[in-house]
Design a protein around this ligand. Sequence first.
Ligand code: GLU
Length: 304
Amino acid sequence: MPDFQAILEAIYQDTINVSDKGTIASYIPELAHIDKGNFGIHLRTSDGKSYGVGDYKKPFSTQSISKVLALSKAMALIGESTWERVGVEPSGHPFNQLALLEIEHGIPRNPLINSGAIVIADILVSNLKNPKEDFLKYVRELTGDVTISFNKDVAHSEKITGFKNYAAANLLKSFKNLNNLVEDVLDFYFHLCSLEMTCSQLSNAFYLFANNGKCLRNKLHINDKQVKRINALMLTCGFYDEAGEFAFEVGLPGKSGVGGGIVALLPDHFVITTWAPGLNKKGNSKLGMLALEQFTTKAKLSVF
Ligand code: GLU
């Protein structure tokens, strides 16, 4: 077994002083003031051990990362019929692109771009009794942590500035791929994106994808086939228009968010989460990508 704590510390020291730390996602006003100096890494191995460096205990906005948790809940609820309403191909375009949605008659390319996640949100609004509360309960159950919550200010900030998400939801509605009211679905979607978690809480939440569908507390939430599908989608679609680059550099399924978080995992081995809020041009955390490339190289552990 590699000395994981020593590896994380070496990566942290190496990466923290990089001068170009990227750019904060200021298009969500509530995120614009986050300090670019934040940087944390957390690793949870499948034998239950936990390692961390830097700001790994500080909560941040998970943003698109929570789309994976929403997808897992939708798949647990409606199974394979999920794929009647959303595709499984990378989009090759930014996460909020609308043209493709119009050309492809309201079927989003995959569930990890905004339009796809809005369809998943619609499925959850239809199938959960109290969507926001029930989804939060699911995340708290996965992590065993009742302190996890939405950030109402971030949700509100997205609500008043999320014009492209309104456009996507309306397009979906016009193609009859949204069953609930645009307002209700987007309210749920914005809350989903506003979920705040620390690196260690995220590693714990994603543990089921590295552990055949069983969460940290050994409860089965999704089956093997569903885990396989979700990991495949993270590998091919988890990094906006940079999934190829992430596979090339890091070699793990994962998901990033514009809050600067990245979660990546190796089935049966580990989940690793990084947080550094400065983003590169494609919207992925600059230091996070550097750190994860170093991690899989130093630990000699990747899917390839
Ligand atoms: N809430 C963000 C949006 O809808 C999510 C973006 C992201 O993290 O990719 O724009």
